[in-house]
Write a protein that binds this ligand. Sequence first.
Ligand SMILES: [Fe+2]
Length: 319
Amino acid sequence: MSSRKNQTLLKILLVLLAFSAAVFFGYPLFTDEPAPAPAADEPVFSFAQFSDVHFDSGAGAADWTQGSGDRLTRAIAQVNDIIKPDFVVFTGDSVNSQHRPQALGSLKELLDSTCRVKYYMVKGNHDGPGFSKVFGKRCYTFEHKGLLFVAFGYHYIDPYHMQAATCDQLPWLKKVLAENKSRRVVILVHDPIVPNSFLDAPTVQLALKEAGNVVAVLSGHMHFDGWNEADGIVHIVAPCFGADPHVFKEYKVFADRIEVRNWLVKEGKYVQGEELRKITFPPVKEPVQEKPDSQPENIEKDKQEPKDKPDDKAGEKED
Ligand SMILES: [Fe+2]
């Protein structure tokens, strides 16, 4: 047999082999079906939210807070080993009683020794006057992969009375939002702004609406799971982590949206909640053109003040 005939036979054998393999593995060879969709987009980053942990320990701790350290340690292990977010935010009432300030220090020790990712704290009405000494300023900003986070801690006139929070740092908040018009912003608070849960809530809501760059407000305080939309902003209320089923939230940030899921204890195990909700980003506004002679000064200022550190310019009165 000539070598040309050998080559022709080899080609026929290869075609038959490919056809058989395609049929065997279930690939449709002749179909009008559209091509498979491209692989799903990947999140840019993720973070977790715990609210109303109501941590306490030792003699004198309230009954319902007994075991709060073990529960938090277990959830943090889930965060470390399974969820692996870029960071965690705690949106207030991280401890149970302002009359037991030692709990703040014990909580910090627990988090520093167990949480393998960076964590950020927001002051709640139960956290008391010792909060800033242990966890730092109650109003600050940090930026992560293009998203600006603004922790906005309130001043509590009467910590255990509803409507008793005031926003003494509202001018600071307005300034931060005005200076970051071209960024998408996530606000971290304790008492929800929507639904209106404190004295200054309508004023703060108007400020966020006028700023036009806020995509979401993450809060707690109410001890229920809430989702409200107002003025193009999604207002999320995280449930009380300290109570059964010990829910915390996971946020996956994509280029065009944030996906939100709960994690909760079910039959003794942490499982992902079934519901998936989405915050869709509106288009980013074009940044205002800087005057040529002011540009170098601003660039230098950004270099000197990294955005992922608490903002020392808040000028707030700590309480
Ligand atoms: Fe609470």
